[in-house]
Design a protein around this ligand. Structure first.
Ligand code: 5GP
Length: 179
């Protein structure tokens, strides 16, 4: 799988260290509050697993699956719920755990959706952010890494369902797209 990467953008160690920093901030912010982490399947699986374990305070987890990308590499702008949360978010302090923010379309829709259900607060933590995201009016409280505008895979992120299990975040070699 290593030969399929053109570049490693973020190493395993860098991800671990940054998640620990964000977890310390989140622990302080939600001290004494009832925190609910909401992950977006499937991309956020790795970041949720590592981030949730980096927290010292208690946190529940719930998951949504939405569609915003097909099997290609362009955002469709259409968000559809494929799997909804298992529990009610009414009165809960929600922290959305996202893999990556590109156009931000998915995220702004998700924040509005959870607010409309009566969550006490809705904040966002995203491991990766691309430059386009700056144009969106969504306030992202915690960002792991700002990355260039390239299609990345690994650490939960896929290309046609492949490469999610890479331990690093990287860009794909040209031959992967043409095969
Ligand atoms: P947005 O709505 O912000 O444009 O896109 C959000 C979703 O698109 C992400 O949660 C992710 O699933 C997918 N996405 C955006 N950029 C990338 C990328 O560079 N690589 C991969 N694998 N998925 C991406």
């Amino acid at each position: 799988m290593g030969r399929d990467l053109a570049d490693v953008l973020i190493s395993e160690e860098a991800i671990r260290a940054r998640l620990a920093e964000i977890a310390a901030e989140v622990d302080a912010e939600y001290a004494g509050k009832d925190l609910l982490l909401v992950g977006v399947l499937k991309g956020a699986v790795m970041v949720m697993a590592d981030f949730a374990r980096a927290l010292h305070g208690p946190a529940e987890m719930d998951w949504m699956a939405v569609s915003s990308y097909g099997s290609g590499t362009k955002s469709s702008g259409v968000v559809r719920i494929l799997k909804d949360l298992d529990r009610d978010v009414l009165g809960r302090h929600v922290l959305i755990v996202e893999d990556i923010i590109d156009s931000g379309l998915t995220l702004s829709w998700l924040v509005a959706n959870l607010r409309s259900r009566g969550a006490a607060s809705v904040e966002v933590m995203a491991l990766l952010r691309k430059p386009e995201a700056a144009k969106v009016a969504v306030d992202v409280k915690h960002v792991g890494f700002d990355i260039p505008n390239a299609f990345v895979v690994g650490y939960g992120l896929d290309f046609d369902e492949r490469f999610r299990n890479l331990r690093v975040v990287g860009t794909l070699a040209e031959h992967v797209y043409s095969s």
